[in-house]
Ligand binder design. Structure first.
Ligand SMILES: Cc1cc2nc3c(=O)[nH]c(=O)nc-3n(C[C@H](O)[C@H](O)[C@H](O)COP(=O)(O)OP(=O)(O)OC[C@H]3O[C@@H](n4cnc5c(N)ncnc54)[C@H](O)[C@@H]3O)c2cc1C
Length: 410
């Protein structure tokens, strides 16, 4: 069987290797960039967080997150790590469950995939953006940029999503699938920086802190996260911010981000800390009230927000003033104004409607012989290795199914 795969990224290469497990299958990967797995090289800040050992269905989102179940159950993180080990990749797991190549460079992940596919006789055609795909009789016909034609019996769309435009995020996959009658849901950037009213955050540009965050609208909490936050001139970034970003991107109108700036302490503890400081060092200035607990720039901003002059001596701070400071430390608010765009996003929320695909095979329910995998489908994961796991799981399933190998693999 001739199997064509459009997209030589994470899911396309996983699909190609799976389909080529039978040498009866001829596998050709068509890649629009001049090398395969270009985006993979940018993942995890160049280190590639290739999976998360704790990955479960709860880490995935989309119109029907359960769609991801069969692929993840068949080929979960442990299967993926065994598979990568078989390709020669040595990995290391961080306490958080995030897995990275031991070489600490994404290039080693891209290399083992490419080298294995070449060794197993799969073909990768680079710098070949497929502009059109159609079905004539029982064959798929693909058209390249110069009008050149390629034919295959089965076709896998593995073009990824819009996210990471600088490293190859495009809308081609959605357009190719639309050409076969598929529906694409609304596309939004996710795992992306948040824009907020910058009145207070701008002066903190570059400052990092640990915080607990909530995204709220009129008292209702839409999302919550904890971890590192970095202030920027336009808003907020950092791992904890990414965890809120999907909700912010999809349903953020009228929302406010609240930061709990001393996440380990509750309000009573904070007041106790400040009272002790006041008793022990009454002549200190207010700007030093939180020295030792919080970044000085944040402490100064908090004082400005509650309108206490930095020069005020600690002995002069009233109980009400301390309570006001504690309240601001527990609920530092930054009204949400939006998110950055697809250029800066790590993943696309939305995609090809999964109701039109079979979750057991990744096969199109509309077009026999057509499959899709990876980010082009309406499934996206949390930050932490979950998106690449979806690419490996769904890619392998699509490759096995297209290659007629699914039963053999059970
Ligand atoms: C900066 C950044 C960091 C990230 N870090 C992580 C991380 O550490 N861990 C994690 O789990 N996820 C991470 N992600 C997300 C992850 O990279 C993607 O979810 C994953 O790569 C999706 O795999 P895919 O195969 O669906 O798409 P891709 O890996 O994007 O591959 C799609 C391929 O198809 C090609 N293509 C598109 N259209 C055509 C066409 N018409 N013809 C031929 N080829 C075409 C593209 O050039 C591309 O190579 C990150 C993303 C970004 C942008």
């Amino acid at each position: 069987m001739d199997i064509g795969i459009i997209g030589g990224g994470a899911s396309g290469l996983a699909a190609a290797l799976a389909a080529r497990e039978s040498l009866d299958n001829a596998v050709t990967v068509f890649e629009r960039q001049n090398r395969p797995a270009r985006k993979l090289l940018a993942t995890g800040n160049g280190r590639c967080n290739l999976t998360n050992r704790g990955a479960g269905l709860e880490n995935y989102h989309g119109g029907d997150p359960d769609f991801a179940g069969p692929a993840l159950y068949r080929f979960g993180p442990e299967d993926t790590l065994r598979w990568f080990a078989g390709l020669g990749l040595v990995t290391r797991t961080e306490p958080s469950g995030r897995v990275y190549p031991l070489a600490d460079t994404a290039g080693s992940v891209a290399d083992v995939l490419r080298l294995a596919l070449e060794a197993r006789g799969g073909s990768i055609q680079c710098a070949l953006p497929i502009a059109r795909a159609e079905k004539q009789d029982d064959r798929f016909l693909l058209t390249g940029p110069l009008g050149e034609r390629y034919a295959c019996d089965r076709l896998i769309i593995a073009c990824g999503g819009m996210a990471g435009a600088r490293v190859g995020g495009v809308k081609d996959g959605y357009e190719l699938l639309r050409g076969f009658g598929h529906t694409v849901t609304e596309l939004r950037p996710a795992l992306v920086q948040l824009r907020t009213d910058n009145t207070w955050v701008r002066s903190l540009k570059g400052v990092r802190t640990q915080a607990r965050l909530t995204l709220e609208r009129e008292g209702a909490v839409l999302a919550a996260a904890a971890g590192e936050v970095q202030f920027t001139d336009y808003g907020l970034t950092g791992p904890a911010v990414y965890d809120l970003s999907r909700a912010a991107s999809v349903d953020g109108a009228g929302c406010v981000v609240y930061l709990r700036l001393l996440p380990e302490l509750d309000k009573v503890d904070i007041i106790q800390y400040m009272t002790n400081k006041q008793n022990d060092f009454p002549d200190l200035k207010a700007e030093n009230l939180l020295s030792g607990a919080l970044h000085n720039s944040i402490a100064r901003t908090v004082l400005r927000r509650v309108q206490i002059p930095q020069e005020t001596r600690l002995w002069a701070l009233s109980e009400a003033a301390l309570a006001e400071i504690a309240d601001m430390l527990c609920r530092f608010d930054a009204p949400l104004t939006g998110t950055l765009g697809f250029e800066d996003a790590q993943v696309t929320a939305g995609g090809a409607d999964t109701a039109q695909f079979d979750p057991e095979t990744m096969a199109s329910r509309l077009m026999p012989g057509l499959y899709a995998c990876g980010e082009v489908l309406d499934i996206d994961g949390d930050c932490g290795g979950y998106n690449l796991q979806w690419a490996w799981s769904s890619g392998r399933l699509a490759g096995l199914a297209a290659g007629g190998l699914l039963e053999a693999a059970v």
